[in-house]
Write a protein that binds this ligand. Structure first.
Ligand code: ZN
Length: 310
């Protein structure tokens, strides 16, 4: 009898010890999935793909939200505290969340920066000789593949038992990303070199430009947390007139007024540049649209760009 009770006790410990949330039993949904909190929508999408059936992903930032300016609410902090893992971009993309993420990391929480999985020599700096890295790593698919590998390592640390499944999900997804890369290359090839000039609201597309042969100019810098100066505007307007650029682009996560002001400044010089459409820069599209996923977002962008500049 005594042995039987001890046996039951051990089984109880094993069951509790195996529960994904460990000691933290205040599960959100009452099931046994790992709770993963992500910052941007691109990362939420990646976490869902790699985590698959074992994971409940909670994205803090919705579509159209600007991560440079996003501040974590009390509710966000509570979600992160209760989570099993936090995934974020890093390189100061989440410029206002640095302290919160650091504190959670210090408290022993599994906090993973996707940018830590990317070889440093592949990162672009803000300007020559600067040590401020451009955080918009998702726009070079080769880099996003490295980020996917790093996220997979995170899942395997969290849940070693299902490592094979996470590896299988990764393998499938890397193939999908290769196909996406091919699609973007094909579409970009429809534009002659001199037409591959991408002018947008802020400098989110430098990785994209480097990977797919576009010259990229943003009205604001690599963070939206800065003002576009009138000299920037004048310079860019002159450039558009001189090079007879057909279209410039607004972004879903940045107010449209700066690009509209640029269009106006070009018009004042007697040249007409159209607004070529809306690009997804720092977030994916709305749920229920094709751009809901990372892959859909990048496809949508290249289609908008090529169709407008052709
Ligand atoms: Zn940005």
């Amino acid at each position: 009898m005594k042995r039987y009770i001890i046996g039951l006790f051990i089984i109880a410990i094993l069951i509790t010890g195996c529960s994904p949330s460990g000691n933290n039993s205040n599960s959100l949904n009452g099931d046994d999935k790992y709770r993963v909190v992500t910052t941007t929508t691109m990362i939420a999408d990646l976490a869902k793909v790699i985590g698959g059936e074992y994971v409940e992903v909670q994205g803090l930032m919705g579509p159209g939200i600007d991560p440079h300016l996003y501040k974590a609410s009390a509710g966000d902090v509570s979600l992160m505290q209760k989570s099993d893992m936090i995934l974020y971009n890093g390189l100061h993309l989440e410029g206002k969340m640095g302290d919160v993420l650091e504190k959670l990391n210090d408290s022993g929480k599994l906090v993973v920066a996707l940018s830590d999985g990317i070889h440093e020599e592949k990162l672009l700096t803000f300007e020559e000789g600067s040590n401020i890295y451009d955080p918009h790593i998702w726009f070079d698919i080769a880099l996003w593949k490295q980020a996917a590998v790093h996220v997979t390592e995170g899942f395997k640390t969290l849940d070693e038992k299902h490592s094979d499944q996470y590896d299988a999900n990764l393998k499938f997804y890397l193939d999908e990303l290769d196909k996406l890369h091919e699609y973007i290359n094909q579409r970009a090839a429809e534009l002659p070199k001199e037409k591959r000039v991408l002018i947008t609201a802020h400098d989110a597309f430098n990785y994209f430009g480097k990977a797919y042969g576009f010259e990229v100019k943003g009205l604001q810098g690599i963070s939206t947390d800065s003002e576009a100066g009138t000299s920037d505007l004048r310079e860019l307007a002159n450039y558009i007139v001189d090079h007879k650029i057909k279209a410039i682009f607004i972004e879903t996560s940045v107010p449209h007024k700066n690009i509209e002001a640029l269009q106006e400044a070009v018009r004042a010089k007697g040249f007409e540049v159209k607004i070529g459409g809306e690009l997804y820069s720092d977030s994916t599209g709305n749920p229920g649209t094709e751009a809901e996923t990372y892959i859909g977002t990048l496809k949508g962008n290249i289609d908008t760009i090529v169709n407008a500049l052709k």
